[in-house]
Design a protein around this ligand. Structure first.
Ligand code: SF4
Ligand code: SF4
Length: 168
């Protein structure tokens, strides 16, 4: 295992406000309470999603190990914030996991489903574009029509932050 000190510094600097970040003592409370760990461990056995392991690898600077692993390692977290709530060391795990996701996109190594969802949002200003069947069903149920989003406005915003260039 090779420690990437620059990567490790990036992780540490991200939490400059909390000295406690350096002292994850691997109690596993985050993994014990993570809903994704629960379902993926049931599904994959011992190789399920593991926030404790991710934090350990990030704090040790094991960049290659993290970015060459299965997409689940970085993208499994649904940001439900449970681990942040239960960590006895007040480590904001989700902040670190968000940093890892951003690094993954910077490297152009995000999983396909992220790019296709981002593309759907860019093109429709919605994660799930409206469909005639949904609209008919809403009408049958007496629900009001959903107002169309301003696609141009969203695209302008996304272009201004360079998000369109990240789409494959
Ligand atoms: S709950 Fe906090 S201290 Fe315990 S393993 Fe997870 S990140 Fe480390
Ligand atoms: S925020 Fe992510 S890692 Fe933490 S408990 Fe929720 S799904 Fe698991």
């Amino acid at each position: 295992m090779i420690t990437d000190f620059e990567f490790r510094k990036q992780i540490m600097d991200f939490h400059v406000g909390s000295d406690l970040i350096k002292y994850c003592y691997q109690c596993s409370r985050c993994a014990d309470n993570c809903p994704v760990t629960k379902v993926t461990t049931d599904f994959y056995g011992t190789t399920g999603y593991n926030p404790r392991g991710n934090i350990l690898q990030a704090l040790l600077g094991y960049k290659d190990m993290i970015f060459s692993a299965d997409d689940l390692v970085i993208w499994g977290c649904t940001v439900c914030d449970t681990c942040d709530e239960v960590c006895p060391q007040n480590i904001e795990l989700t902040e670190i996991f968000t940093l890892l996701k951003n690094m993954s996109i910077e490297q152009g190594r995000g999983p396909e489903f992220i790019y296709s969802q981002a593309k759907a949002i860019f093109e429709n200003a919605k994660a799930i574009p409206s469909q005639p069947a949904i609209e008919r069903r809403r009408e049958q149920l007496g629900l009001p029509a959903v107002a169309a989003p301003d696609v141009n406005e969203l695209q302008t915003l996304l272009k201004n932050i360079g998000a369109d260039k990240k789409l494959k």
